[in-house]
Design a protein around this ligand. Structure first.
Ligand code: TYM
Length: 334
């Protein structure tokens, strides 16, 4: 079976709809067809300042939500990045493969650091994409299921894998991975600013739909979503970004095609779309919230899942790292 790997940051108490539709939904779907590795990336989280107790709680909450959304530890390997020391170890090696200019061209870094100012930007944030490269290469992943905003990081992974393979050949050390990005849900937009990506840092609270929001809170967000001044519900990302975003979300959570939904809303106004979507969302998210809560209420079960996940992950990661250390000429420890 081909292998997939992906990660998500534990930087808030709740994931949002963009995380689910852009990534985790695909993680769930790929569990049976692929050898799947998924992780909560706490090493990445500390590239910006984190309160220790909050980080610990958010990491637990992240794992509980991933299980709540449908990851099944019997069908995938679920772990916390810091439990597998090989990430930091290969991260260093890959830092030494990447060019400074190459790293400086990463758009997420440029955006984030521009907002923070250079003295508040950590060196860790600069090398963040290279740690992500190590994450992916350690597992010899064939595909990386992510949202559109991660495409450049997967491209960097391909470049560095090829560079390493070439420099330390002739046998290839790393599988060169491809991004796995579904067009329909590659980018979920902010409900208040439907030209901007939904994101916990950029979106206003009203534009960000959290999976753990109470039903009346999320319903209100959907009902006050920004649309245009027209009345006809149709899919047109340029002219009607707000309506199109709502249709995309509705289609993804209901399994009904956009065309079918457009037909369904013929003769109805935007208000009908918002209200129906709010209801559909509450209904869809309720079992996810229940399962998440059950895992939060059973920390021992969660620890058990993570212990097994880390062990499995380490068995793969350590093998890759040993090959890398050998190929680059490190003296074997006896
Ligand atoms: P993170 O934690 O920012 O986001 C997790 C996943 O959610 C996707 N996503 C979205 N998709 C569509 N629309 C949106 N509005 C939206 N917002 C977020 C992201 O694309 C991502 O797939 N660097 C990564 C974490 C990471 C990783 C890895 C991923 C670390 N190591 C190795 C893949 C492989 C990140 O910050 O994701």
């Amino acid at each position: 079976r081909p292998r997939v790997l992906s990660g998500i940051q534990p930087t808030s108490g709740s994931f949002h709809l963009g995380n689910y539709l852009g990534a985790v939904r695909q993680w769930v779907a790929l569990q049976d067809s692929h050898d799947a590795y998924y992780m909560v990336v706490d090493l990445h989280a500390i590239t910006v300042e984190q309160d220790p107790a909050t980080l610990r709680a958010n990491t637990r909450a992240s794992v509980a939500q991933l299980l709540g959304m449908g990851l099944d530890p019997e069908r995938c390997t679920l772990f916390v990045q810091s439990h597998v020391p090989e990430h930091a170890q290969l991260g260093w090696v890959m830092n030494c493969m990447a060019g400074f200019g190459e790293a400086a061209r990463m758009t997420q870094f440029k955006d984030k650091s521009a907002k923070q100012g250079s003295d508040r930007t950590t060196v860790g944030l600069f090398t963040y994409p290279i740690l992500q490269v190590a994450d992916i290469l350690l597992y010899q992943a064939d595909q990386v299921p992510v949202g559109e905003d991660q495409r450049q990081h997967v491209e960097l992974t391909r470049d560095l894998a090829e560079r390493f393979n070439h420099r330390y050949g002739p046998q290839p050390t790393f599988t060169v991975p491809s991004p796995y990005i579904l067009k329909e849900t590659a980018k979920v937009f902010d409900l208040q600013d439907p030209t901007a990506k939904m994101s916990k840092s950029a979106s206003s609270a009203k534009g960000l739909v959290n999976l753990l929001d109470e039903p009346r809170v999320s319903a209100k967000k959907f009902r006050s979503a920004v649309t245009d001044t027209g009345t006809v519900v149709s899919f047109d990302e340029k002219e009607k970004p707000g309506v199109s975003n709502l249709l995309g979300i509705y289609s993804a959570i209901s399994g009904r095609s956009v065309a079918e939904l457009v037909e369904h809303f013929e003769g109805k106004m935007y208000g009908a779309l918002k209200t129906e979507l709010a209801d559909a969302f509450s209904e869809w998210v309720a079992p996810i919230q229940e399962r998440t809560q059950a895992y939060l209420d059973d920390p021992a079960a969660l620890d058990e899942v993570l212990a097994r996940g880390a062990e499995k992950a380490r068995s793969v990661a350590s093998e890759t790292l040993a090959t890398v250390y050998d190929r680059i000429g490190f003296l074997a420890a006896k």
